[in-house]
Write a protein that binds this ligand. Structure first.
Ligand SMILES: Nc1ncnc2c1ncn2[C@@H]1O[C@H](COP(=O)(O)OP(=O)(O)OP(=O)(O)O)[C@@H](O)[C@H]1O
Ligand SMILES: [Mg+2]
Length: 254
């Protein structure tokens, strides 16, 4: 369903991705792991249109998407979250989620937020959809809070809600558990499983190895811009090349 072939990204002569190939099977939770600087976020950026690969191919449901704009890719169902928190801090949680909804409506994001009469019927429909997503991620009680005032872990859930509002078929999560407490991580795991249960394929970048090993069917390991191993979680944990890549790194897959 997602096929990445020989993906290469160069920054000023440095190869952040040096010919990466992998595929993500429909209906799975797949993790992309690797030490800091391995190229995980760069891969997400190239897949979701935030940067144009120097070389290589990204195909989604048989159709090439590399080089298209992020919103075009999102409209096809490939939606991502960001490693750094990207909520609109002064907007309410509800309005943050509504910004994600413009990808599936006919109204633009500004008319949705601006409440022009022309879109009022559509606006009601989208408001109901936003509430549905907030309930799904367990943030209904925070609906009217300013997003920037929520605890960090809940801000990450707002981002997840914004992404879900766009109705992804493939959801890419860049370190969704970063900054979360243990209890928040447990809730996140349950949520990711529930998302998968809703027929959404999930690709996760994450440093928390307990989380990765617990939710993934397949783990893909990147190091220095290359795939060094790929397989079932237990296999990857015991893989000599993977262990070597993490030696001296702060987040060993113990
Ligand atoms: N915009 C950029 N300009 C120049 N170099 C970049 C840029 N973005 C990333 N890099 C470099 O590309 C390499 C891969 O970075 P990337 O952010 O993809 O790593 P990562 O695997 O996501 O790491 P982390 O786990 O720390 O998030 C790093 O060497 C990084 O310094
Ligand atoms: Mg990263």
């Amino acid at each position: 369903m997602l096929v990445v072939e020989n993906l290469q990204v160069e920054f000023g002569g440095v190869l952040a991705l040096a010919g990466v190939s992998f595929s993500v099977e429909p209906g799975t939770i797949t993790s992309l792991i690797g030490p800091n600087g391995a190229g995980k976020t760069t891969a997400f950026n190239a897949i979701t249109g935030y940067l144009r690969p120097t070389r290589g191919r990204v195909a989604w449901q048989g159709e090439p998407i590399a080089g298209r704009r992020p919103c075009e890719i999102a409209r096809r169902g490939v939606v991502r979250t960001f490693q750094r928190t990207s909520v609109f801090p002064t907007l309410s949680v509800f309005d943050n989620v509504r910004t994600g909804l413009h990808l599936r409506g006919t109204a633009g994001v500004w008319s949705i937020l601006g409440r022009t009469p022309r879109v009022s019927a559509e606006e009601r429909r989208l408001a109901a959809a936003a509430d549905e997503v907030l309930t799904f991620v367990g943030l209904a009680h925070r609906r009217d809070a300013r997003a920037g005032e929520l605890p960090y872990g809940e801000q990450r859930l707002v981002e997840l809600a914004v992404a879900l509002a766009a109705r992804p078929r493939l959801l890419l999560l860049d370190e969704p558990a970063a900054g979360m407490t243990g209890a928040e991580k447990d809730r996140l795991v349950a949520l990711i499983r529930k998302i998968r249960g809703d027929d959404v394929t999930v690709l996760v970048v994450e440093h928390d190895m307990r989380l990765v090993m617990g939710i993934s069917q397949t783990v893909i390991v990147l190091n220095h811009g290359r795939v060094i191993a790929e397989g079932a979680p237990a296999e990857m944990r015991a893989h000599p090349e993977v262990i070597r890549a993490y030696l001296g790194s702060s987040d060993a897959p113990a």
